[in-house]
Ligand binder design. Sequence first.
Ligand SMILES: Nc1ncnc2c1ncn2[C@@H]1O[C@H](COP(=O)(O)OP(=O)(O)OP(=O)(O)O)[C@@H](O)[C@H]1O
Ligand SMILES: [Mg+2]
Length: 445
Amino acid sequence: MQTQTQVIGISLLCDLQGKIIEVIRNDLESDRPILKGQLFTAIFDKASLDKTFGFLTELRTQEAAFDWVLTLLVSDKLTPLHFVGSMSNNQLFIVGAKTLSDIDSYFYDELMKLNNEQINAFRQVMKDHQKLSVQTRDRDNQFYDELTQLNSDLAATQRELARKNHELEQQKQELKSLNQALSTTIEMLEKTRNELVQSEKMASLGRLVSGFAHEINTPIGIAVTSSSMITQAGEKINEMLSQDEVSEMELVANIGKMVEGSKLTYSNVRRAAELVTSFKRTSIDQTQETKRLFTLHETIQDIIVSLDSKFHQTNIMVENQCSTHINIYGYPGIISQILNNLLINSIIHGFEGGTLAGNIVIHVQQEDNTVLMTYSDTGKGMNEEVVDRLFEPFYTTKRANGGTGLGMYICYNLVTTRLNGNISCESTLGEGAIFHVSFPIETVL
Ligand SMILES: Nc1ncnc2c1ncn2[C@@H]1O[C@H](COP(=O)(O)OP(=O)(O)OP(=O)(O)O)[C@@H](O)[C@H]1O
Ligand SMILES: [Mg+2]
């Protein structure tokens, strides 16, 4: 039998065990009879048995089940039917139809066939279930929205990450080229520095040579003039001797000129020779000394003793405060040369040629592998200009008294180039002078 709406279906009331209590409607021409008292599961094809149990279980546990497709044999054909059901008062109301949309109208039609009490109870179950599914749907929607949001956030983060990565790569490239530029700059600076050192060396050599030329010019000039004076006087004497009469007075005068001229020539040539000797001392590399192990205290003591004749008649006290444990493998002659210059300077300049009284202290100590020497005198000291120019070649305040101004220049070169150390001076006029000398030492065990 078919309904007016052409919906083909089945509606049943079962107990909780799934036994059919009432067949409300059946327009299926099922191959098996659908009868009251029969089990609901028995009306289906065997292949659908598991699913049928699943439908019943959901119906019992959830009090409702929606859209289960279960297969029946209808006119020898396996026919899938959509099933819905609800549970109330220990009864199961089950409706099946060929399509899901049929179910919607069909279910309520069939529901109307139940008694009022049953209708209300089943309706309530359906309503509750629908509400629940709406909530679930809302929750699903919300979840989906959140998921979508998360997804787009993730995509944005990925895009940001890619952008940052790109930026980083760019920065890396910039750093790389900066690094390269820096290396090139350092190379250039190194080259410029070497060039500067080279040109400073040349300039210093130039200053030295021109200073030397200037210094030697005066005695040589005087020697040239006086030797020509001798020549003239000699010629005059020659001329006089070739004449019949010789004036004795004139002869004596010319001989006197010759003697004077030769004295002047001698003293100036000697001065030039001295200058050459001191100048030679500036080429410190000429020191032909072999390296040896020596005790610094002894070397200092030796130099003080060697200058005894100079200190003998003065009131200058020299004190050797060098630690007795400093053993050096090197050139004691260099140390002697440095100290000799410092001591002679103290006598000549600090104590005005030994006419003033005072003290000289040579204090030396070793720190790690460095020798620290403090040389001090209590003499006249120096003004600022002298301190500033002290180490310049040919700088002297005693030119008239035979000073060449090479002593400190030689000391400076010996300390810096032969000992690989440093020398500096601090002094105030009237308050003595202090020299600091430091250099690394080589020791042998
Ligand atoms: N201990 C000192 N006290 C005061 N002045 C000093 C002392 N040592 C050096 N000077 C000053 O420094 C100048 C330069 O000294 P430096 O030894 O180079 O030349 P010099 O002694 O004048 O000549 P040279 O040593 O060539 O004979 C001196 O002329 C002097 O004015
Ligand atoms: Mg000197």
